[in-house]
Design a protein. Structure first.
Length: 456
């Protein structure tokens, strides 16, 4: 695999001479996109949302969503990036005209909103890494882990400090290190995360009672499925593929003109799904073995994982490695969330990169305060019956990302279809052309309207 870099993309974006460098290789692009996709969504969000929505049947809907609409929109975002070689707002304007620039602004806003609560959970991973190092987190008693977790997330200063730390790390990478560091490290750390998950799965599956969790996760019980869970699965598919926030547009803009897009999509989609599957197999069997309620909510992974580590050989080392890799996976995702907002300010207002990063990071921190405090000091503050953290998560998942996806689908399948379809030019599978268009033009609007209808 050759060197992977985003080198000098930013300089070239606002400068007149378009010396825009690309990815060193297609694998570089796939890994960067997968680095964005695989993160807390898979390891933290996926297991608890599956647990909330009844297991196997939800998993099936999730998989179906990824491999239909998910891939179609992934391909659409890549197409926009490749046709323009620009990040979202500029790209939308170039292809659609001035009014379409709003679609790009909205997607940048989505990224901002997601990062504002993502950094809170990112902060938890830092805290759990430190607690693994000290050994404090390695407790076998899940009741105690539960109360430890709740005490920890309720502490306003800790929550803010760790979220801030996570944002600083993200900002440092985006200011300087995206080019070489993250991409190169991703080549090693991403596979390492997968290997480590397999090791933890081996322990999780051999816990007494674990098979109930496996059955829960893999055997669909369609009675558990409600209209709401269908749409949640779709939203989770979007989230786990990093759609609707302009990220794949930006990453796709660095692709060489002759790179095969469809297979890249399938790769990214498969890696994201694999990560979710492994995370489910890691967390849910342990949840059942330890008698935790599967619908315990956002703390599920953070409570079940340490309990496994406390009961496995070399658990202390595995715990440290696990939270380190999880932190890394979270950072490759948060970097991808910060970058489009920064790119927006650079492209549209010609801000210097460093200033853009600092300002956006501070603004994100401020916007994230309600999310950070919503487990403790502001626990009782509710908007429409949801905590502040939930309302941000909910707004992004149910309003922002579907809207972003709708714009992408409309641009590609309607506004610029003759141009867009050329990216499938050399494909032998002719059925892909109408299928892709149908998903973007017909299915996406139906799905998005259903999501909104359900939420009203
Ligand atoms: N996909 C990432 C995860 O699963 C989170 C993420 C990164 C994201 N970039 C995104 C979600 C853009 C939505 C849109 O952790």
């Amino acid at each position: 695999m050759s060197d992977i870099s985003l080198a000098s993309s930013h300089a070239s974006r606002n400068a007149a001479e378009p010396a825009r460098a690309g990815w060193g290789s297609r694998a570089g692009f796939v890994l960067a996109a997968a680095g964005s996709a695989v993160g807390l969504g898979a390891v933290w969000k996926f297991p608890y949302v599956v647990g909330k929505h009844g297991g196997g049947a939800f998993l099936l809907v999730y998989l179906a969503s990824v491999f239909t609409l998910g891939l179609a929109l992934l391909l659409a975002e890549m197409t926009i990036g490749r046709l323009t070689g620009r990040s979202a707002t500029t790209a939308f304007r170039m292809l659609g005209g001035r009014a379409w620039a709003w679609a790009g602004r909205i997607s940048a806003l989505n990224a901002f909103l997601i990062l504002a609560f993502y950094c809170v959970v990112g902060g938890w991973t830092i805290a759990y890494l430190l607690r693994s190092i000290t050994g404090e987190a390695l407790v076998a008693d899940t009741a105690r882990l539960h109360s430890q977790f709740n005490t920890f997330i309720a502490d306003p200063w800790e929550a803010l400090a760790f979220a801030g730390l996570f944002l600083v790390a993200t900002a440092v990478v985006v200011i300087g290190g995206v080019q070489k560091g993250i991409e190169r490290a991703g080549k090693i750390l991403m596979p390492a995360l997968f290997v480590l998950m397999l090791m933890v799965i081996a322990r999780s599956l051999t816990l007494p009672g674990a098979m109930d969790g496996v059955a829960y996760f893999l055997m669909p019980d369609f009675a558990q499925l409600s209209g709401e869970s269908l749409l949640q699965a779709l939203g989770l598919a979007f989230f786990s593929l990093s759609l609707g926030a302009g990220i794949i547009i930006a990453y796709g803009s660095y692709l060489p003109k002759d790179a095969p897009l469809v297979s890249s999509c399938v790769w990214v989609g498969s890696m994201a799904t694999l990560a979710c599957l492994l995370a489910g197999l890691m967390v849910l069997p342990a949840v059942f073995a330890f008698g935790l309620p599967p619908d315990a909510g956002p703390g599920l992974t953070f409570i079940a994982m340490p309990a496994i580590f406390a009961q496995m050989p070399f658990g202390h080392a595995v715990a440290i490695a696990f939270f380190l890799l999880l932190l890394f996976a979270a950072l490759t995702s948060s970097v991808s969330l910060l970058e489009p907002v920064v790119a927006f300010l650079i492209d549209e207002y010609a801000w210097p990169r460093r200033r853009a990063v600092v300002v956006v990071a501070i603004a994100t921190f401020v916007a994230g305060i309600p999310a950070a405090l919503s487990f403790g000091a502001w626990k009782d503050v509710e908007v429409f019956g949801r905590s502040l953290f939930d309302i941000m998560d909910y707004t992004a998942m149910n309003i922002g990302m579907p809207l972003g996806g709708l714009f992408v689908a409309a641009l590609v399948s309607w506004r610029i279809w003759p141009q867009a379809r050329t990216v499938l030019g050399g494909m032998r599978a002719r059925w892909l052309v109408p299928t892709w268009r149908g998903m973007c033009l017909v299915l996406t609007p139906i799905a998005v309207l259903a999501i909104w209808y359900q939420n009203l």
